[in-house]
Every structure is written in structure tokens, then in C-alpha cells.
Design a protein. Sequence first.
Length: 495
Amino acid sequence: MIRVRFAPSPTGYLHVGGARTALFNWLLARRHGGVFVLRIEDTDADRSSTDMVEGILDGLRWLGLDWDEGPHVGGPYAPYFQSQRLDRYRTTAERLVAEGHAYYCYCSPDAIKTKREAAERTGVAWRYDRTCLALAAADIAAKERAHQARAVRVRAPERRIGFDDAVHGRIEFDGSHIEDFVILRSDGHPTYHLSVVCDDVEMGITHVVRGDDHVSNTPKQLLLYDALGAPVPRFAHVPLIMGPDKKRLSKRHGATSVIEYARQGYLPEAMVNFLALLGWSPGSGDQELFTRSDLIARFALERISGGNAVFSVEKLDWFNQQYLWMLAPDELSRRVQPSLASAGLWRSSYAADRRDWFHAVLQLLKPRAKKLTDFVQLGQYFFADELVYDPTAVDQHLRAEGARDHLLAVQAALDDLDPFDVRTTEAAVRAMAESRGVNAATLIHALRVALTGRTASPGLFEVAVLLGRHRVLARISSAVALMESSSAPPQSHPS
RNA sequence: GCCGGUAUCGUCUAGGGGUCAGGACGGGUGGUUCUCAGCCAUCAAACCGGGGUUCGAAUCCCCGUACCGGUACCA
């Protein structure tokens, strides 16, 4: 039975890199009918908070990565918060000392820091000098009597140590580079190495899938597995996600939190598809779009790329657009609702008697939308009573020669058109253009600005019909009024 | 500095001793058209460098270089 875990430390929101690591773990578990454990690594109390924990859980829920054991759901190895497991780490550390795998170190962090800095100045690679390993029994007794603070260090053997990584293959380290590292701080808190290994062992984790930044920690943890007499899991170190400048992805590259992408109108299914293909590929075939079950069926650690990958918002946008288009009308309207609501443009009738109309509008706008939030801007003239005129558009098409008369004529023609549909409105406008001796485009452009306030929109006649005769006529009047009221200083809008 | 990892179009990648080095995003051009988007067609764009091994290397080996990560009583 495969057991994997995602073990975030709640010092921030769920980062896209963490999200992808979680996704890979989840895919592996689902692929093999295993268990996906969520464990919170909050041993660093200063930097952790319960708000952050919930933020991370929200991110995972949004992506649809459900965990089988962990916060809220519990499980046979509860608790799943490391801050509630501190006694186990302490006990384990004591056990390692008792068995001779570790020893107490009374050196103060400051003293060590001083030594290290001195060593670095002379260009020598620093390792803890084992001062306390050499302590005589009497010295130790004296320090104990004085209640001197002590940390626990592992006694690192001088042998080559390596492992077979699922993505990188064999990775080996020379023991001479591994120092006697601290596993239990003098305040009784474990360091990362101790807590991960303890928990991974106790929770029966079979595969450790984590970021590449952990490869150099692995030999130390291998030592711990060995000292504990525990079976070593299979490791898979997945490459990091970078910004467009190839630097570690950070806020200055844009959003890094998955929840931020949710807010920006991205769909979780698009994010999952995008993230899955960032550093992983199913191999054969040119397919880019994968459903969740496709991904589960094809996922394999061995197909994860070895190199870092650049996060491309452009490609994410494309995925999002693809998934947006696949949404059924009802589903699309349900998902667009929050964006419209926060812009103050949502009406409950859109889900009731005006449902069909609303669906038709979304359908018309859809090819122009990449994100859910795009519908706010794209559909402003459908959803708001007050039209927002783009000054450039007004200058260009409304203040044009004869525009006023053209619009008035079109208005009259549309007034008693029956029926009022795409075919009839188009025919009427084109006929009007011909009788007035102008290009149909001239009338269409002016009319578009009058109806939408802008130069770009879906097909003008589709827009007109969905707006409805009443609003069309009214907006033409408003446009004419606008021309008359502000005709004196035509285009005097500096800056 | 030391240790570890990685190197195929701008980006994500497929491939892997003999291929026209394939796809996708993005970009260019043309078409459709009332604008925008979309759609259709089409183009440009890559095997980090140097040595080997081999009939043949992008692919295997070595050496460089670049980039990324680590080098804590952070995780």
C-alpha cells in the first residue's frame, strides 16, 4: 500500500510550487489506490499560524486535492500537526542518545557561529568540530549539574551515503561532508530532520515526493532512518518552479498563491492541468488537455523532468480559456456569479427568469474571455444600466461627420422593426447605409459605440438583439445627447 | 569556496546512436469579418561549448561553462 504525504509548513499561503508537489503526491496516491496524508509542519511556532493552516487547506480544497488523513479528517496516526507531537520527537532523540547514535552538545549557538565564521574566513569548509563528543564524563556531569542548555546531535558516520531518486536516479554524498547535525534544539524542539523522519517512519510513508531543495537534506535523513532501524522510503525530488527570469518564483513575478489565482478568475481544473504538465509529461502523444482521471491514470514519478520549469502565465491563460469554453452554460453562469457580484453587477434574475438571456450573453462573450473575471469588463454594457464611454471611441466614431444623423435614422428604422432579430436588424442597418450613401461599417462602428461605449465587441447585431429594442433605442438617444452636450470642446481630455 | 542537481525552439516539453528533431503556449504573416476575440491557413524558432567513442552523436563517455538548490539549534 502506497502512502504519501504533503507536509507544508504554515508560514504562508499555498504556493504554486507547493501546490504542484501536493498534486504529484495526490496523483501518485490516487494512481495506485494509496493514501494521501496531509501533515502540518508547524514546529516553528514563531512563523506558523492557524490562519495560514486554513489558507493552505483552502488552496488544496480549491484544487480538489482531498486528503485521506490529516487536519479535520483525522486518521490512525493522529495528530497530524507536528506541534502536537513534540513529545515523540524528544523521546526519539533520547533514544538515539541512549543507543549511541547521538550525543548531547552543550556548545552555545553563538560560540559555534563564531567558530564557523572564523573557518569561513580562512576558506575552510566548516563542520561541527565535535567538541562535545570528546567531553569527559566528569565534564558532562558538571555541565548537567549547572543545568547547562544542551542540544542533541547525531553522530554522523564517515561513509558514503546515497539513494536512488525516482526522478534523478542515483545520488551519492561523501560522508565527510555531513556534519554532526542537531536534531533536537536546546529548547526541546526538534529540527526539521528529526520531525520529518520520525513522522514519515511512524506514519508509514512509502514515497517521499518533495521539492528539489531537499536533496541535500536527504543524506542526513538517511542517517536517521538507519539509526532508527526504519525502512527507507522511495524518494522523488521534483524540480523547482521558476519565474520568467529563471529565478525562484516570488511575488515580484506576480501571484504565487493558488488562492490568488482563484480570486483572479482561474478555474481549478485549468490550474491542475497546467501544474501537472509543469515538470511532468505523460510521454507519447501530443495531448495537452487532461481530465483529472486521465492524469491519475497516466501519472508516474519516473516521467518527472529533472530540470526546473518556468511558470508561464500565458500558458495558464490558454488552459483556462480551454476549460472555460468547456463549461456548460449553467456551470459557467454559476462560476461567473461571484465576479459579477463583487462588481455589483449580479442580479438574482440571471439565475431565474432571465436565465436564458444571461446564458446567451455569456455564450456571446465567451470566445473573448480567458478568466472568469473577464466577464465583468466584457459584459459591462449588458449588465450595467449606466454605459461607460471610451473617450477615444466617442471621438472616433460618434463625433465623426454625420454620425448624429446616421444614428437618428437608424434609430427610427429600428423603432418599428418586426421582428427584432439579428437578420432584420442587420438588414435594416445595411439598407440604411446604402440609402445614405455610406459604408455599412461606418454606421456599424457608430452604433457600436452608442450601444457599448467601445470600439470592440461581439457582432454588433447579436449585441443589439440581446440588449433588446428598448435599450438599443434608449442608448442611441443617450449617445445623441452626449454628442450635443459636449460638442463644443470635442476632444479636450488631456492625459 | 565546498557539496548536489540540471542543460532540446523565448517558454513547457516529446524523442534519443541514422528523424525533414515532433507537439503545445507565445510570436509573425495571410484569410474570414462591422471591430475585438475566435476560427482556418501559413511561417520563423532549439539539441550549451570542446574533446573523445563510433561508419555515424542531439542521443554514450570525459572536460568545461552556465543556471538552480544546499551549505542553520529554518522548513
